[in-house]
Structures are given as structure tokens and as C-alpha cells.
Write a protein that binds this ligand. Structure first.
Ligand code: CO8
Length: 255
């Protein structure tokens, strides 16, 4: 059987593709386990500098958690499933490398939550977003009730989650749910461009900046600033000296 998560390395960029197009890339336990493994692999590989997460096929990024798998779960199995999905998405969120969701189609329920667990979201013009869980008699269970309000505000998150309505890429952009919208044909190339822009910067600086933001927003302001100072200090070393010297040298050459 085909791998449910394709791991493809293009130089410093790793592309993770959820690969169950016949079920619109719905997340079942096997997909989550492979995503878990892929995240460990990425975290341990210093050659990978940026991760792009996308879905196989042209129709869906991920159309949610697998409804067929969830249908007969009892509350305790649902609890396990929710805890596991949350653990995997948190691991992805806290990867040392920046992550970009390349949203190529439906990003519904757990699929929208997967995009929310990435650092940046680039959507194709035909992408559709939604948290339709309440229509199935459940609530978002892979972090959606926590990440969505933090990203777009409590009121907008309540609107999307309580109505379960589907929105298009332009509305997602207006809400701040995605960072940019691009034509479907150029989606991956645009994500690669963003990845290249990140890769042009200091390896360690990029990782420290991600950590300062990711951990800082979960702390009180003073604590976040204290941690920023520590990470700022940590950024001083060979990479910083080399980059600052190169800047000053270029300036003196053009003077
Ligand atoms: N789970 C399982 N199978 C799915 C899913 C899904 N989420 N989405 C689509 N599929 C399957 C369909 O069953 C169908 O399979 P088959 O060909 O064997 O019949 C195939 O994918 C193609 O789908 P459709 O025929 O439905 O395609 P359409 O173009 O007609 O419709 C839609 C596309 C609108 C995306 C439609 O498929 C749809 O509404 N899908 C479900 C979307 C949804 O409700 N997602 C949320 C699921 S709940 C969730 O994600 C909770 C997350 C937290 C879990 C926490 C656990 C505790």
C-alpha cells in the first residue's frame, strides 16, 4: 500500500504530502502515525531548513479526520484519538524548522486544523476552509478550538465553528486565516519561493526567531521578552559574526 505521508527532499526544503487522495486525504490513525514519524525525521535532520505540508491530488489539502474511522468510536476511543492528533500537530507546530501549509483544496475540520498548526498558510485560489464538525455532532478535536481563535479572534472563530460554514480562499485571507492566496497552478512554486526567502537567512537565527514567537505568545509579555533576550543572546556566535562582517565589508567596498 502507498505511503500515507510522502516525504520528499528538495535540497534544504522538505515537502510532506498527505497521500490518501481517494478519501480526500482524510486523517486516520495510520496517516497520523506516519505524520508523527515524518515530524521526528524532519526534527532530527539539520539539512532541512523549511518544511512544506500539502495534500495529494487537486481536490483536497485534507478533508478532515476520517469520518468512517470515527463513526463507531466510544468517548474513550475518541479521547485517545483527539489526544494523539493533538500530540502530532503540536510536534509539527514546535518543529525547529518553519513550516508552510500549501493549501491546495478542501481544508476542512482536521485539515483546517493541520493548516493552523503550520507557521504560514499559502492557499490556492480554489481552496476552501471550514470547521464543519458541529454538523457531524462533534467539536473540533485537533486544536481548532484553541488555534483558530488565537489566529483570527474569538468572535470570528465562534462564527466559523458554530455555523460550520465553508469559506473560500479570499474570505480566509480577509479573516487572517491564510497569509496569501495564489493561483492553483503556482501554489507549490510560490511556497518554494517563500521557503527560499527563509533559507537565505541565518539558519540558527531563523530557528531562534520561530522559538521566540511560538513560545513567547504562550507566555505573559514580560516572560516572553525575557526569553527573547536569552534567545537574542544565543544568536550571537559564528553565524552572526560572519553575516555582520559580510555586511560591513560590502559597505566598505561600495564606499
Ligand atoms: N473522512 C472520510 N472520508 C472522506 C472524508 C472524511 N473527512 N472526506 C471525504 N471523504 C471521502 C468520501 O467518503 C468519498 O469516498 P468514496 O469515494 O469512497 O465515497 C471521497 O472521499 C470523495 O469525497 P466526496 O464524494 O464526498 O466528494 P465531494 O466532491 O462530493 O465532496 C467534500 C467533497 C465537500 C469535501 C465532502 O467530501 C465532505 O464534506 N467531506 C467531509 C468534510 C468534513 O466534514 N470534515 C470534517 C470531519 S470531522 C474532523 O475533521 C474532526 C477533527 C478532530 C477529530 C478529533 C477526534 C476526537
Amino acid at each position: 500500500m502507498a505511503d500515507e505521508i510522502l516525504v520528499q527532499q528538495e535540497g534544504e526544503v522538505c515537502i510532506l504530502t498527505v497521500n490518501r487522495p481517494s478519501a480526500l486525504n482524510a486523517l486516520n490513525t495510520k496517516v497520523l502515525a506516519e505524520l508523527d514519524k515524518a515530524a521526528d525525521q524532519v526534527a532530527a535532520d539539520p539539512a532541512i531548513r523549511v518544511v512544506i505540508v500539502t495534500g495529494a491530488g487537486e481536490k483536497a489539502f485534507v478533508a478532515g479526520a476520517d469520518i468512517a474511522e470515527m463513526k463507531d468510536m466510544d468517548p474513550s476511543q475518541a479521547h485517545e484519538f483527539g489526544l494523539y492528533g493533538n500530540k502530532v500537530f503540536r510536534k509539527l507546530e514546535l518543529l525547529p524548522q518553519p513550516t508552510i501549509a500549501a493549501v491546495n483544496g478542501f481544508a476542512l475540520g482536521g485539515g483546517c486544523e493541520l493548516a493552523l498548526a503550520c507557521d504560514l498558510r499559502v492557499a490556492s485560489a480554489s481552496a476552501k476552509f471550514g470547521e464543519p464538525e458541529v454538523s457531524l455532532g462533534i467539536i473540533p478535536g485537533f486544536g481548532g478550538t484553541q488555534r483558530l481563535p488565537r489566529l483570527v479572534g474569538v468572535s470570528r472563530a465562534l462564527d466559523l465553528i458554530l455555523t460550520g460554514r465553508m469559506i473560500d480562499a479570499q474570505e480566509a485571507l480577509a479573516l487572517g486565516l491564510v497569509d496569501r492566496v495564489v493561483p492553483a497552478e503556482t501554489l507549490l512554486e510560490e511556497c518554494r519561493k517563500v521557503a527560499r526567502a527563509i533559507c537565505a537567512n541565518g539558519v540558527q537565527a531563523v530557528r531562534l526567531a520561530k522559538r521566540a514567537i511560538r513560545q513567547g505568545v504562550e507566555r505573559d509579555f514580560e516572560g516572553g521578552c525575557r526569553q527573547e533576550s536569552e534567545l537574542f543572546a544565543e544568536s550571537f556566535g559564528p553565524e552572526q559574526r560572519e553575516r555582520m562582517a559580510a555586511f560591513l565589508e560590502k559597505k566598505s567596498r561600495t564606499a
